[in-house]
Design a protein around this ligand. Sequence first.
Ligand code: DOR
Length: 451
Amino acid sequence: MKIIIKNGRIIDPSQDMDGIGDIHIENGKITKIVVRRNGETEKRRAGKTEGPNGKSVEGNAEGHSVAESPRQREIDAAGLFVMPGLIDMHTHLREPGFEYKETIKTGTAAAVKGGFTAVCAMPNTNPVNDNSSVTDFIIRKAIQEGACTVYPIGAITRGQKGEELAEMGIMFGEGCVAFSDDGRPVMNSQIMRRALEYSRSFNVPIISHCEDLNLSEGGVMNEGLLSVTLGLRGIPAEAEETMIARDIALAGLARGRLHIAHVSTRGSVRLVREAKERGMDITAETCPHYFSAGEKAVLGYNTNAKVNPPLRTEEDMEAIKLGLKDGTIDVIATDHAPHHRDEKLMEFDHAPFGISGLETALGLSLRLVEEGVLTVGQLVKKMALNPARILGLNKGTLRSGSDADITIVDLKKEFSVKAEEFASKGKNTPFDGWILKGTPVLTMCKGKIYE
Ligand code: DOR
């Protein structure tokens, strides 16, 4: 099957590309990309054209006018943005074990609806993805039932108990792209050091859920005046920041690759910025909820705003935006954490932490473009190219020869968030009813179209 996406505004930071043009797809791969910049047609040909990084960009010199046939489809993308499929490097798919919250099938359906063509599955399932049979199960299930590509992330420690390292080498061989005990920190510094050392052999990052459990113990929201007023136990910013400081030190000691998950505070942004300035091999992500909603979202004891780390203050939100703007924060990931309605209906203290994020991530993030914090190209970098680079995936690009993972977005089209209509089983969002601008109108995964 041949597909041509015509006349869209193609944004591909991997090629420094922003122009009107066409993308040709055949058998699930991008075969040709024709971009007309300032009215000029720019054709990129294999072996003939040099890409912006000095690398050759494949292409086919044929013209792009094509006759329609049953085996060919033309998609008119005039007025729309065409970008590499988004990659979420932080998703909880819940399968195996918590299928009542989400499955690989429903989670990936939510992903493609949100414009994602690949997601990375966190290991806090039951059983935990701490051995190659669970990794293998996830990969097979995703091939059978998944709407998009699923990359498993293996646990750092057995059972995520923080006591002994999991079989990281074997899991890497089976297809894990990173290691994390996400949902829990690795409290033992010696084990974290070993994990950072061991993972160097496979050149994959350790994704750290930074939380000092002693400082956060019993906490359910951000610590501050509001938590006191509401009579809820707080989690101080320092519970996150002290662990980030520790992990930066350990990454230096181990000379390992550290990626900080879900950055939520101003101090965390500062720590990552300083470490990067010192030339450390460290990357970081934040999530849309940390720059879209503050701690006040929990007013009324709204359990859908209960998330770990918690929603913070206005100053934290501003610092995160600045961190995204100046490149301190490399990635916007969802931390999609679906929970069952009954669980979120419990009292605030007892409800589980988490926000269902796949179907609002792009719309919330595009607000940053509207506010002038990021350009569309920078946003695509943080939601597609950088996750691919950090995880060593051959994705996040529209170069000829790549998988046809493409998202087409109508930046002008508004939509109202309706949790009840989520493809995800998790309806737990504090953004229900919000009007967001920027709708993914078509998601293509390896040439397969979802619209
Ligand atoms: O809010 C959260 N939910 N934060 C985490 O770190 C884990 C996640 C979950 O698995 O529900």
